[in-house]
Design a protein. Structure first.
Length: 154
């Protein structure tokens, strides 16, 4: 569970009563909960809705030509790739996340490039095929509860 930023009038009104928005890091459900120790005016400094998890596995970008990139960190909402090739903001991609050598890659039907920096690219996941979001959720859950460490690249 992670506190997320206030969206719209209702979130701001509910915050007057110390009812703040949170998001489950595994199932992605957004909900409100009472929190008495928090300052009402305090905004979440990081606008991400999901906790980023350090990674080191391969991602394959499917586009006009398939290429491999390295995932630096990821969450249920997106990931950061090492910058290996030029991508521009707003570009839509198909993505395969190779989180394990023993299982097929997790498919992301649509991801969008949200940020481009000198050495990394930030992607937001938009659409998954049936069952793939559940597979990503299970992988995230296993890492968050510490059942296995994220694979590290060389």
């Amino acid at each position: 569970m992670r506190r997320t930023y206030l969206e719209g009038v209702f979130d701001h009104l509910f915050s007057l009563a110390r009812l703040y928005p949170f998001r489950c890091q595994v199932c992605t459900y957004r909900f409100r909960a009472l929190r008495f120790g928090m300052q009402r005016s305090a905004q979440v400094p990081d606008r991400r809705q999901y906790q980023r998890i350090a990674a080191g596995f391969a991602a394959f970008l499917d586009g006009q030509q398939r290429r491999e990139e390295q995932v630096k960190d990821f969450s249920m909402g997106g990931c950061t790739l090492q910058a290996g090739a030029a991508l521009s903001e707003g570009t839509f991609l198909h993505l395969l996340l190779q989180t394990s050598d023993r299982e097929p890659p997790i498919r992301v039907d649509t991801a969008i490039v949200r940020s481009v920096r000198s050495r990394s690219v930030g992607l937001q996941f938009l659409e998954f095929p049936a069952g793939e979001k559940d597979r990503l959720s299970q992988f995230v859950y296993s890492l968050l509860v510490g059942h296995r460490a994220a694979p590290q690249g060389s």
